[in-house]
Design a protein around this ligand. Structure first.
Ligand code: ADP
Length: 151
């Protein structure tokens, strides 16, 4: 069974993430969406909320699992025996950043990173822009799946 880990903050899940997860499901038997816990980051949504958004969005897709983890992504992959990391590439800045991380991960382990180019429709979306829209009372619902709603 081919499994891939899709790691990120998902603060919150966006239509860009949804696109990558759906396309990942076509390539892998299981896509494990892994929410990284970084105690130094200030999140807009709690870990529980972020997890719930993803679980609700994919409740009808059994190939998608949602987990949380702390520490190095490759270490977590080894622990749960997942040989692939899935990441989305939006632009050259993402590429440069992801390239350094993927090389480092290969140095530390045998885990391969698989990149998918984001679809043109959602490539401009980032969680940080969504948070800005929310803070300024804009219509964020166009950028996120229906499961993501601010209480
Ligand atoms: P991180 O804090 O690790 O960047 P994110 O939650 O922002 O976590 O992103 C997780 C993954 O989703 C990354 O691989 C990122 O490139 C990808 N991603 C983010 N936004 C989009 C988008 N609009 N389209 C496709 N992939 C995206």
């Amino acid at each position: 069974m081919k499994k891939a880990l899709f790691p990120g903050s998902f603060d919150p899940l966006t239509l860009g993430h949804v696109d990558i997860i759906k396309r990942g499901v076509a390539l892998f038997d299981e896509v494990i969406v892994a929410i990284g816990i970084n105690s130094e980051k200030n999140y807009m949504f709690s870990l529980e909320e972020r997890k719930q958004f993803i679980e609700d969005a994919f409740k009808n897709v059994p190939k998608v699992k949602v987990v949380t983890y702390e520490g190095l992504t490759v270490q977590f992959c080894k622990e749960i025996k997942v040989p692939f990391i899935l990441r989305g590439l939006r632009n050259p800045a993402d590429f440069e950043f992801e390239k350094a991380i993927a090389h480092t991960n290969r140095k530390l382990s045998k885990i391969e990173t698989v990149f998918l180019l984001t679809s043109a429709r959602t490539s401009f979306i980032s969680s940080s822009i969504v948070r800005d829209v929310i803070r300024n009372n804009g219509d964020y619902t166009k950028l996120v799946p229906d499961s993501v709603r601010v209480k």
